[in-house]
Design a protein around this ligand. Sequence first.
Ligand code: FAD
Length: 290
Amino acid sequence: MKPPPFDYVRPESLETLLSTLARLENAKILAGGQSLMPMLNLRYVFPDVLVDINRVPGLAGIRLEGDRLRIGAMTRQRAIETDPLAAAHFPILPEALRLVGHRQTRNRGTIGGSLCHLDPAAELPTVALLADATVEIAREGGTRTLSAAEFILGYMTTALGQDEVLTAVSFPLWHRPHGYSFQEFARRHGDFAIASAACLLALGPDGRIERVAIAIGGVGPVPQRMPAAEAALAGTRGEPEAVARALGFCDALDAIGDFHGSADYRRSVARSVLRKALGDARDRAAAAPT
Ligand code: FAD
């Protein structure tokens, strides 16, 4: 397949990018192209203009800002996967990234593109929701910040306006040493997950779960937090009956069925990967330096 005809512009400053987006009607931003190009070739999207942002300075980079890890939208997935700051302060991110596509796609794909494309099984939106990340958005004349939960509206639908660009995402860091785990089941390595589970977990000095966050990807139209499961685990030592209670909430997950599997099949896979993620995160939390 070949894409429908389109014009191509390549702004070389954020100011020009924003004025271009403000002026154009049916435009699409091109970042790493690892999702947009297949969508174009399959004729799922018909933009009149592609706005290539690969030469806009200031949109890539990883840095600590207080107690947050801030990552520019155009930062390549592979750069995050191998970044020492991410490994030291937010290791679930590189762990999840190793499951995103293939090294070749990660060399070009960006974190901003993954968040904006918002495939239901994409690992990065699931981690962003898990961590209560915030996204920075710019348009001509202003900027705004949204939480991941505010940004994610529905199936492959974000809160981005036609004239807006996502410029960065920030992950708040957990102060206490904590455990983490990102688990998924996909037919082949590199395939989109049938279900994934992401977990952050901190233990108190008494060995009880002091703080836990759970997010599930690939099951419903968007990634989902599991507050009831989190509440079932908080204050416990992660005993089998507490874990069983938490896993039981997988039956309430919003799930979609397709040729990969029924909605119930996805919920059962979610239960399996969540069990593994909770076990791993708890073990890592117990081994974390106090
Ligand atoms: P692009 O493809 O350039 O753009 C994607 C969409 O986001 C477009 O609509 C574009 O307009 C918009 N966009 C991009 N950047 C911005 C921005 N800064 N502001 C506003 N809008 C923006 N992904 C996974 O999560 N998990 C997988 O397992 C996985 N497997 C893959 C396997 C293969 C073989 C391939 C080719 C891709 C796979 N992907 C997977 C997708 C890949 O991770 C993409 O890189 C990602 O989904 C999009 O990032 P991108 O930078 O390539 O964005």
